[in-house]
Design a protein around this ligand. Structure first.
Ligand code: FE
Length: 337
């Protein structure tokens, strides 16, 4: 009897040991509370510990490249398809072992080589001052070229990948000549030299520097729900408009997760990706940062429902990366800092 108990005890200890050693290491550019909550839920469900290293995307890509085989990273999370493309180009990602999940999301939102999957979606929209701009006068990205917008537009620097991807989408939908024309005309209409992030453009609209800002949707969501009363007041003066509904659709982009080529915990990495794409998790993930789920069968949060459904650009995320360099050159030539 004693012998059996010892045997059982050994078994139990052995099991507990392997359990506690199960890990997955994530290098992440995302820094939202909701991510931490979901990792915690994943650990509770699977016993797999999630270790996170946070930094900017370019820094993380650089770090994995230089660490090579020695890297701890199993997964890389970045925002914007342009950066995911950079990671692929740097040859630090590899194909997922199980690609049965790829059809959970539309084709154009994912990597054609299955090296990364999208996690959340965001749209790049117009945020305008409700008293100075009438919604009836708004139509498309193209209209921003018009002289009526002289000294009224606010957009961040062209160094930012969100703008580079927006311009890359115009190259994909039309061509680089059109993208250059758009850029030249829009630069003429800027209310000031580009500075600050998307939220700063919205604040500048409230301050009367300009009348319309280009921003990612979730920034307005974050401001509307901010603990800072000033931010909420600013956001409440704004209308949101989804451009180009009667033509090519509103520009969308994703945050995504890629499998690192040197991953040691491949199975656990796949498990975390599967988890993050699960229907109930997608709902929480999107809700937590006012983003859109990447699956079409997941219910939207109340705020997104209030903003309404919209037609989105169905431009492949792969092309946004591919045309990134051309977009950067066009911005430089137009003098868009
Ligand atoms: Fe952002």
């Amino acid at each position: 009897m004693l012998r059996i108990s010892i045997f059982l005890l050994t078994l139990f200890v052995g099991f507990a040991c392997t359990k506690s050693e199960e890990v997955v290491n994530v290098y992440s550019h995302r820094h939202y509370d909701i991510d931490k909550e979901l990792y915690k839920q994943f650990t509770e469900e699977t016993g797999i510990q999630v270790n996170v290293v946070s930094a900017g995307a370019d820094e993380l890509i650089q770090r994995i490249s230089s660490e090579g085989e020695r890297t701890q990273a199993d997964l890389l999370i970045t925002v914007d398809a342009g950066r995911l493309y950079r990671a692929k180009q740097a040859d630090i990602l590899t194909t997922l072992p199980d690609t049965s999940i790829v059809n959970l999301v539309p084709d154009y939102l994912r990597d054609k080589d299955y090296q990364w999957m999208p996690l959340t979606k965001r749209a790049r929209v117009f945020v305008y001052h409700k008293e100075r701009v009438s919604e009836d006068d708004l139509s498309s990205y193209e209209q921003l070229m018009d002289d009526t917008w002289n000294d009224r537009l606010l957009i961040r620097s062209s160094q930012n990948v969100y703008n580079q991807s927006l311009l890359a989408s115009f190259i994909a939908l039309e061509d680089s000549a059109y993208a250059a024309e758009w850029t030249n005309e829009v630069v003429e209409n800027l209310a000031r030299e580009p500075k600050g992030g998307d939220r700063d453009q919205i604040k500048a609209v409230a301050a009367g520097v300009g009348d319309l800002a280009i921003s990612n949707t979730y920034y307005l969501g974050l401001m509307l729900n901010s603990t800072n009363e000033e931010e909420r007041k600013v956001a409440e003066q704004m209308g949101i408009f989804f451009p180009s509904q009667n033509s090519t659709g509103t520009h969308v982009n994703v945050s995504g997760i890629g499998l690192v080529k040197y991953a040691k915990n491949v199975e656990n990495a796949q498990k975390l990706i599967d988890f993050l794409l699960r229907k109930d998790v997608q709902q929480k993930f999107a809700l937590g940062n006012y983003e859109y789920p990447v699956r079409n069968d997941v219910e939207w949060s109340p705020l997104l429902k209030e903003w309404g459904t919209f037609k989105e650009q169905e431009v492949s995320m792969n092309l946004l990366g591919q045309y990134n360099r051309t977009a950067v050159t066009i911005f430089d030539q137009a003098g868009w800092r």
